[in-house]
Design a protein around this ligand. Structure first.
Ligand code: DGL
Length: 270
């Protein structure tokens, strides 16, 4: 049986990474865990986010994946190093890929970062960006109201536009030319976010760069799935399976079937 790439997030946000992995590596099997029972992670203490992340990693390891992707910036900020120390598998986070993508795009050298309270407080993006380019100016803002809108499937309503405007208008500065969507939930809101930020600000979604990193690691380890493989993906969530299913189907553009297994499990026909 094909070994999967395991992907985890606090909820539906990591599906933004999954979509890009499916696009770049269509032959790869995905095992996804969304912790919808305990979302959002962004305002929780770091020790709690680390404990939840470790618990999910242990759960996913039972399925013998070939790699684990922490498709959650909040969890990447606090748990990536610890999980890497503990687990003998390639562990990929989403912060370094996002920072790399922004440094590759910015011309003005002024980069905005939006994320959860936990991610912004950790300073992880600022650190990653300055390591790549010490002179970069970083303007950060926590947007804790965005994740609940996404988990509710509320991507384009007038309430969403109002919330996004209130949060981002103070960030509008003529010299910022890139804005990192430093939470994997935020690409669901890219329409209202780009309306507010205007055409001159490039939105950086770390999914594309993360999928590229996954591909590079698997290539180096000679673990890429063979061409012509037709993967059966599996989706788990810890609560609200109907809502999860609805959002996943809209975002991935695929049908998802409910599987009667311990914890909520879905299978997606590729
Ligand atoms: N999607 C996650 C992130 O990238 C977590 C959001 C949350 O649960 O607050 O940070």
């Amino acid at each position: 049986m094909q070994q999967a790439i395991a992907v985890l997030d606090s909820g539906v946000g990591g599906l933004t990474v999954v979509k890009e992995v499916m696009r770049q590596l269509p032959q790869e099997k995905i095992l996804y865990f969304g912790d919808t029972a305990r979302t959002p992670y962004g305002s929780r203490p770091a020790e709690e986010v680390l404990a939840f992340t470790s618990e999910i990693v242990d759960y996913l390891i039972q399925y013998q994946p070939k790699m684990i992707v922490i498709a959650c910036n909040t969890a990447t900020a606090v748990a990536l190093e610890e999980i890497r120390r503990r687990v003998n598998l390639p562990i990929v986070g989403v912060i370094n890929p996002g920072a790399r993508a922004a440094i590759g795009r910015t011309k003005s050298g002024v980069v905005g970062v939006i994320g959860t309270d936990g991610t912004i407080k950790s300073g992880a993006y600022e650190h990653a960006l300055k390591r790549l380019s010490p002179k970069v100016e970083v303007i950060s803002r926590a947007c804790p109201s965005f994740v609940p809108l996404v988990e509710a499937g509320n991507f384009n309503s007038s309430e969403t536009f109002r919330t996004v405007s209130e949060a981002l208008l103070p960030l509008r500065r003529s010299d910022m030319d890139c804005l990192i969507l430093g939470c994997t939930h935020y690409p669901f809101l890219c329409h209202p976010i780009s309306e507010v930020m205007g055409q001159d600000v490039v939105l950086i979604n770390s999914a594309e760069e993360t999928a590229r990193e996954i591909s590079t690691i698997l290539h180096e380890k000679s673990e890429l799935a063979g061409r012509g493989e037709v993967p059966i993906h599996q989706f788990f969530c810890s609560a609200e399976p109907r809502k999860f299913q609805e959002i996943a189907q809209i975002w991935l553009g695929e049908q998802i079937w409910l599987m009667p297994v311990v914890w909520q499990v879905y299978q997606l026909r590729a």
